[in-house]
Design a protein around this ligand. Structure first.
Ligand SMILES: *Cc1c(COP(=O)(O)O)cnc(C)c1O
Length: 359
């Protein structure tokens, strides 16, 4: 059983079936096909706004290209100090922006406040030649700590950004999980709150390799097709990207997948309350559970063949100290997680079942 990430599972059935349906026959290449056109039209409906859509194969590609469209090489992009764009993209944003600076802002549970943003901005002065020039704000929703910004929090951060003439990017690798957890519309979480460009992830929540860079101001997307091609992200058999997105969105499939993943996360998170010694540094708000477990419990889970991710974070709440005999772990649920799996984890953690031999 592998709960280390939502990338450990394959495609959901509906996405796979749509890919198979798109596989036959001939279609124009490089994204000029009917599947990609349909995906674009569906995303315009989902967001209740005219959009320019660019499909790419990875979230790193989506983020790095989006940021490149928002900042000059001498610009500064403000983001959380443990954000994916800073920590997990091997410098792609810096490379694709031709060297813009990512400025990390610390904050508990993967979030920072408007005051934190203001304070950081005060150290980057527009027009001062020695300073990189404030250009963009990038927030992750769901955050890297599995937490959520409320709509009010997004609005407030975007308002600070706008007051300083920054463009606003939202890294939505887990966009679906966030939308169903907040019970809001995609529009409310983005352009209505002041977000300009979204990296809309489908991969983790059911697709094979498909993410969309979405612009709400089509004029800003004018040269993006060249940027994408230069980066090697213009897929020749583009209909297979389009088909993934169509299968992902059709009949609210993406929302169903996200709802299921979130429900499984709530079940696991709530269940840890009955595991002696288990502690959560912050609440479980989407499909990622961060938990501190006694080392013996973590070892028992491993011995039972249960996989999870050992974690580390500078974002722990003040006074939340992890002891030498404790382990800080991340569990991630997905559309494919089964309730029986959650119950197994909890039973092993409580020591109430005989362990099976390690795989
Ligand atoms: C997974 C993830 C991405 C995308 O990563 P890729 O591995 O490049 O697809 C981007 N942002 C966040 C917050 C993520 O968790």
């Amino acid at each position: 059983m592998n709960l280390a990430s939502d990338n450990v599972v394959g495609m959901s059935r509906q996405v796979l079936d749509t890919l198979i349906a798109a596989n036959g026959g001939g279609e124009p290449a490089y994204g000029s096909d009917s599947w990609t056109a349909k995906a674009e039209a569906m995303l315009a409906q989902v967001f209740e706004h005219e959009v320019s859509v660019f499909l790419v194969a990875t979230g790193t590609g989506a983020n790095a290209l989006a940021l490149a469209a928002m900042t000059p090489p001498w610009g500064a992009v403000f983001c959380h100090s443990e954000s994916h764009v800073i920590d997990d993209e091997c410098g792609a944003p810096e490379m694709f922006t031709d060297g813009a600076k990512l400025v990390g802002i610390p904050g508990v549970g993967g979030k920072f406040t408007p005051a934190d943003l203001e304070e950081t901005l005060s150290r980057y002065v527009p027009g001062v030649v020695k300073s990189v020039q404030p250009s963009a704000l990038s927030i992750s929703q769901v955050t890297e700590a599995g937490t959520l910004y409320s709509l009010d929090e997004i609005r407030a951060l975007a308002a600070v950004a706008k007051a300083h003439r920054l463009s606003v990017h939202l890294d939505g690798a887990r966009f679906g999980n966030a939308v169903v957890a907040l019970g809001c519309t995609p529009a409310e979480m983005t352009w209505k709150a002041g977000v300009d460009i979204v990296s809309f992830g489908a991969t983790k929540n059911g697709a094979m390799a498909c993410e969309a860079v979405i612009f709400f101001d089509r004029a800003k997307a004018e040269n993006f097709q060249y940027r994408r091609k230069r980066s090697g992200h213009t897929v020749s058999k583009g209909r297979l990207l389009g088909a993934q997105m169509v299968g992902y969105l059709e009949n609210g499939h993406w929302l169903d997948n996200a709802r299921h993943a979130n429900a499984m996360a709530q079940r696991l998170s709530a269940g840890f309350a009955s595991v002696p010694g288990a502690r959560l540094p912050w609440p479980t708000e989407a499909n990622e559970i961060f938990v501190v477990l006694p080392a013996a419990v973590a070892a028992a889970l491993t011995a039972d063949g249960i996989r999870f991710a050992p974690w580390g974070s500078q974002s722990l709440p003040a006074g939340f100290v992890i002891g030498a005999d404790e382990r800080f772990l991340r569990f991630v649920t997905s559309f494919a997680t089964e309730a029986e799996q959650i119950e197994r984890v909890l039973a092993v953690a409580r020591g109430t079942v005989a362990m099976k031999a390690a795989e």
